[in-house]
Design a binder for this molecule. Structure first.
Ligand SMILES: *Cc1c(COP(=O)(O)O)cnc(C)c1O
Length: 217
């Protein structure tokens, strides 16, 4: 399945994040040995343990909700935080990145799904965040784009329109705030069930777990 997905993504240049939450080091090493280096986790403790015990050239992506008080544990090594949904969190990432003499790549997570359980910004709160004077003072985070999760539904038209909405949000923010940034390039969208729709709608990174590792119990 890994090779097939890689081949499918190759023409569009979309990056594959292998979502390894709940999976063992051995399972991760199977993909690692096929060349995979980007892995996604949604829990701090789990990604810390895996970072400690697996090869150091793995790029770890934090894709789940992140609590401010846990940023310090991942700041020494995390490659990208996909789930930034407040200025408070971003400021803490900046602070902990500075302590580690690093700059941490971040994505702004947007709520595009109908379900109200999912975390994320709307365009208004994003405008507030990006125009706040304390945002302009941050030196150790790099805003690289946006992330979103579509509604869990069979209705492909709905899912497609949500991904298209995220691409429009990306374009608006790019024009308004990041026109001169060479970093603001990423749309992290698409999971096992919906990634072809996400790629069609302009994804640059898909986050796939179940299709690569089998279902989680
Ligand atoms: C678990 C998870 C995924 C992967 O989901 P699959 O359906 O297993 O591909 C992607 N993104 C986030 C934020 C996740 O929590």
């Amino acid at each position: 399945m890994y090779t097939q997905i890689k081949q499918e993504l190759a023409p569009s240049g979309v990056r594959l994040i292998a979502v390894s939450k709940t999976k063992t080091n051995d399972q991760i090493m199977v993909l690692y040995n096929q060349g995979q280096r980007d892995f996604g986790e949604n829990r701090v403790q789990e990604v810390v343990e895996k970072h400690d015990t697996l090869p150091k050239d793995i790029h770890w992506h934090l894709i789940g909700h992140l609590q401010t008080n846990k940023v310090k544990y991942i700041a020494p090594f995390i490659s990208m935080v996909h789930s930034v949904d407040s200025l408070k969190l971003l400021a803490e990432i900046d602070k902990q990145a500075a302590r580690n003499d690093r700059t941490i790549d971040c994505l702004l997570q947007f709520k595009i799904a109908l379900e109200d359980t999912k975390y994320g910004l709307d365009l208004d709160t994003a405008h507030q965040l990006l125009t706040d004077p304390s945002f302009a003072a941050l030196r150790h985070v790099r805003i690289c784009g946006v992330m979103g999760m579509a509604t869990f539904t069979e209705d492909t038209a709905q899912v497609k329109s949500e991904f298209e909405q995220l691409t429009r949000i990306f374009n608006t923010l790019k024009e308004t705030y990041f026109a001169s940034s060479s970093y603001f390039t990423e749309r992290s969208m698409g999971m096992s069930d919906d990634y072809p729709l996400a790629v069609e709608a302009g994804s640059t990174m898909v986050r796939i777990g179940t299709l690569l590792f089998g279902s989680r119990s």
